[in-house]
Design a protein around this ligand. Structure first.
Ligand code: ZN
Length: 191
């Protein structure tokens, strides 16, 4: 699904869209593109990101190509519902850094009639499903998987290769620490 046309969008109900993929695949760019279009259509848009992501800019969601939109930084997914009561559209970036609470939050926002768009990594640096993204994919109406280009061979890439040895699941960084790899070139870390 490239875009939900306004003509075909569900009526009088909310829904969930998930944009997932590896790093450098354009997830945040795609999220920003959809949110901008909603703003152009004069819909009320609320945008959130978890506090853990201190890259580049504190109160914006920012793509690797430096496209940005103003967002609210929250410590927990539970802070989101009271902050977006009047929103038609709720955008959430870096969904993988929220806990499993994000699943129920998205479900109830969609049940209230909101369009909920979540972007996030669907695999961690080991190539394993990165909760809560798998659970969100299961309950979403619309799913987009963005692919990057493998830094080694140029194939379409869906994995995030960590270039340094560090065992924490969350290690914030960009091109200095990570690169996109395809299935063939991805090397999972030694356990
Ligand atoms: Zn490759």
């Amino acid at each position: 699904m490239e875009e939900i046309s306004l003509h075909y969008a569900p009526r009088e109900t909310g829904w969930i869209e998930v944009i997932c993929g590896c790093m450098f695949s354009g997830k945040t760019e795609e999220l920003i593109r959809r949110l901008r279009r909603a703003e152009i259509a004069r819909q009320s848009v609320s945008i959130f990101k978890p506090r853990i992501d201190k890259r580049y800019s504190d109160d914006h969601i920012v793509s690797h190509s430096d496209d940005r939109l103003k967002s609210v930084v929250v410590d927990s997914a539970l802070e989101i519902p009271p902050l977006c009561k009047d929103a038609h559209v709720v955008g959430i970036d870096e969904g993988q850094f929220f806990g499993m609470e994000l699943v129920d939050v998205c479900e109830s926002l969609a049940n209230e009639g909101k369009r909920v768009i979540v972007a996030g990594l669907d695999q961690d640096y080991r190539g394993k499903p990165f909760e809560p993204m798998p659970q969100l994919l299961s309950i979403a109406e619309y799913i987009t998987k963005t692919l990057a280009i493998c830094m080694v061979c140029g194939n379409p890439a869906d994995r995030t290769q960590r270039k340094i040895h560090q065992g924490d699941r969350v290690l914030v960084g960009a091109k200095d620490i990570y690169e996109a790899r395809c299935r063939k070139c991805f090397v999972p870390p030694a356990e």
